[in-house]
Ligand binder design. Structure first.
Ligand code: KG4
Ligand code: ZN
Length: 343
């Protein structure tokens, strides 16, 4: 007899995704299928995600992706123990597409539905990939969110820090746009930064050294804009050096805020913290390298999910659903999609 099998559906932003995971009674997890279709081309010409285009693209792709995930998992809907769909936070049109599809399958197959919080799914991913035990600290860095969360237990999340203006991925995207590097900006800025001199420009490290774990990136973004305007026209060297300086400032800011959180975590939960990094920006190698160093210095264990599970995906949604079902939690068919839904 196999473990608990859950279909996951993710449509909160610009990736359409479906996955099947299996959770064993001992709490370990396994991915049976994980398919993601990115809408990069649909949105690239607009320099960002266009909500109406995203929702329509989800409608067109989702049924096929679910069929593909089910075929790869090798079980029919009848072989599932539940259906999990992201219900928020995110773009409401896309959320409705995924959640309604999840409800339809759940109703037709007579299976329980779990309406998943996308941020919770990011925060729980390390339990799927590395069986990380509670409590642990999560640095969640995406295009829409920048948070430090103490994960005490399933459903018990303490948000210790958040951004007071831009999200970190958003800052990468805006800097890329200023420099004409296209969209999405994170990977392009990282590539440029690898060729640049991080010390040519002294960009600010917002909130570094201040008490607490909050973030701010808009001042850094403005400093980059001023420098870029001053240097017009930019040559290749300028672009690479600006990216390197910007990325170094981001990395130091994330490290400073995370260090403050590690101190607080140790004081509250004991001497050897577990640190998890999650979200699209966790794919950045400079960020990962700095966190490895930081964890070493703070006697913490660092878990960084594989790149495919850092960005948006449905395996994390299926897993969050499996964890909730295993705890006896499920949601009614009247559960709404929520554009805003804090952890
Ligand atoms: O988690 P995610 O895929 O979607 C959201 O929930 O937002 O994160 C996407 C964000 C984008 O802002 C993207 O530019 C950024 O993650 N990103 C990166 C890298 N890869 C993706 N930022 C920095 N370096 C990267 N290598
Ligand atoms: Zn995300």
């Amino acid at each position: 007899r196999h473990g608990m099998r859950v279909l996951g559906i993710e449509t909160s932003c610009d990736e359409t995704a479906a996955a099947v995971v299996e959770r064993q009674p001992d709490g370990s997890g396994r991915i049976l299928a994980n398919v993601v279709l990115s809408q990069l081309e649909e949105h690239a010409a607009f320099g960002g995600v266009v909500p109406e285009i995203a929702a329509r693209a989800h409608v067109e792709a989702l049924d096929r992706l679910i069929a593909q995930a089910m075929a790869e998992a090798g079980c029919g809907f009848a072989g599932l123990d539940g259906i999990a769909a992201t219900a928020g936070p995110g773009l409401i049109g896309g959320l409705l597409v995924g959640l309604m599809t999840g409800k339809a399958i759940a109703a037709a197959a007579g299976k329980p539905l779990v309406a998943v919080n996308h941020l919770e799914a990011h925060a729980l991913t390390a339990r799927l990939t590395d069986a990380v035990a509670f409590p642990y600290l999560v640095l969640l860095v995406t295009g829409g969110h920048t948070q430090i969360v103490a994960v005490e237990a399933l459903g018990r999340y303490r948000c210790w820090g958040t951004t007071i203006d831009d999200a970190v991925g958003e800052a990468f995207d805006k800097v890329a746009k200023m420099l004409g590097l296209g969209w999405p900006g994170g990977p392009a800025v990282e590539r440029q930064a690898a060729e640049g001199d991080p010390d040519r420009f002294a960009f600010p490290r917002p909130l570094a050294g201040r008490p607490g774990c909050d973030f701010s990136f808009s001042g850094l973004k403005t400093a980059v804009r001023i420098e870029a305007q001053r240097l017009q026209p930019l040559d290749d060297r300028d672009v690479a050096d600006i990216c390197a300086g910007f990325q170094a400032a981001v990395v130091e800011t994330l490290a400073d805020r995370t260090a403050a959180a590690l101190h607080r975590f140790r004081a509250g939960y004991g001497p050897h913290p577990t640190l998890v990094v999650a979200g699209g920006v966790a794919a950045n190698q400079a960020v990962r390298a700095r966190l490895v160093e930081l964890a070493g210095r703070h006697d913490a264990r660092l878990f960084a999910p594989p790149l495919a599970l850092c960005g948006d995906n449905a395996a994390m949604v299926a897993w969050a659903g499996a964890e909730r079902l295993a705890a006896g939690l499920a949601d009614g068919m009247d559960t709404p999609a929520r554009a805003r839904w804090p952890l």
